[in-house]
Design a protein around this ligand. Structure first.
Ligand SMILES: Cc1cc2nc3c(=O)[nH]c(=O)nc-3n(C[C@H](O)[C@H](O)[C@H](O)COP(=O)(O)O)c2cc1C
Length: 307
């Protein structure tokens, strides 16, 4: 199933065959899987699992549930650490698409150190995880304060040449204000959204189901929140916005793009529609554009999201 319309997309300096990317944390722990998402799945780019300085086990099981409205996870940022992971980037790059290294840390200095290592490993860009809702001292704990976000972005920008993206959480009063702080600190693009802090109780036993008690909600329930976040951000910043949250069809992707996203990421959609969800979404976007004689660039911001 090959798309007809020209879906080539640019996010700043990065050129992609199409606007879909694998989101961080979904099958992104090995270079082999990332390679397959490009070659077999049709992704225009891939984002690695979030990687830290040291290996980390993450939270115990159960850590992933399927709910009626989406997926609830509390993985807790399990990862092998940058020293063991670096080599996976080279394998992933053989897919022929940009590979974005997602990183998490507790301080600006550690973010900068990790970003340097990702760059040395060959990553096409780094994505700063400023938004995981279920890992104390990381993610949202550092990403909810605009000054802290600006400090981290400045430190990373002065450490690397590759583009720097900031991935933000919707669990703040003003996500566009955080995006603006990132832009003013030199950030090249903003990614929105990470998961929403959420919880499931098993009524038969009267206890939370997740071992960590709370986790992050993704999938269909996250989509309207993500579309709103992208719309607000696109109206405040000039840098590209990448939309993520609940995308598994072409229509979902188009909603985000009309709200102002230049490109989209897909995470839970891999679970709902399979590893070729990227090709399916591209074919659906393409059919929509062809039926109207539109280009991809015509729809970006159509709903008032980008000047
Ligand atoms: C199992 C799982 C693991 C995730 N791990 C990460 C991660 O390591 N880093 C990160 O920035 N986001 C992580 N996310 C969040 C996704 O990248 C994405 O922002 C979120 O799930 C919303 O998109 P979706 O509805 O397409 O899944 C994870 C999501 C899931 C479901």
């Amino acid at each position: 199933m090959f798309p007809m319309a020209d879906l080539r997309t640019r996010v700043g300096k990065l050129e992609m065959e199409n606007p879909t990317m694998l989101a961080s944390g979904i099958l992104g722990q090995t270079g082999e899987f990332l390679f397959r998402m490009v070659r077999e799945g049709g992704a225009g780019a891939v984002v690695t699992k979030s990687i830290g300085l040291e290996p980390r086990e993450g939270h115990g099981s159960p850590c992933l549930l399927e709910l009626e409205c989406g997926l609830l996870n509390a993985m807790g940022l399990p990862n092998p650490g940058i020293e063991s992971f670096g080599g996976e980037i080279g394998i992933a790059l053989k897919g022929g698409a940009p590979v974005i290294g997602s990183i998490f840390a507790d301080t600006a200095e550690n973010f900068a150190l990790l970003a340097k290592k990702m760059e040395a490993a060959g990553a096409s860009a780094v994505e700063l995880n400023l938004s995981c809702p279920h890992a104390t001292r990381y993610g949202l704990d550092v990403g909810s304060d605009p000054e802290k976000v600006a400090e981290i972005v400045r430190a990373v920008k002065s450490a690397v040449e590759i583009p720097v993206w900031a991935k933000l959480s919707p669990m703040v009063p003003d996500i566009a204000g955080i995006a603006l702080a990132a832009e003013e600190a030199g950030c090249d693009a903003v990614v929105a959204i990470n998961t929403l802090k959420a919880m499931k109780v098993e009524v038969k036993v009267g206890k939370p189901v997740l071992r960590n008690r709370v986790g992050g909600l993704s999938g269909p329930a996250a989509k309207p929140v993500g579309v709103r976040a992208v719309y607000e951000i696109a109206n405040r910043v000039k840098i590209p916005v990448i939309g993520v949250g609940g995308i598994s069809t072409g229509e979902d992707a188009l909603e985000y793009m009309m709200a102002g996203a230049s490109a989209v990421q897909i995470g839970s959609g891999v679970h709902y529609r399979g590893t070729d969800v990227f090709s399916k979404v591209c074919a659906e976007v393409s059919a929509f554009l062809d039926a109207r004689g539109w280009e991809l660039s015509d729809v970006v911001g159509m709903a008032g999201g980008k000047a």
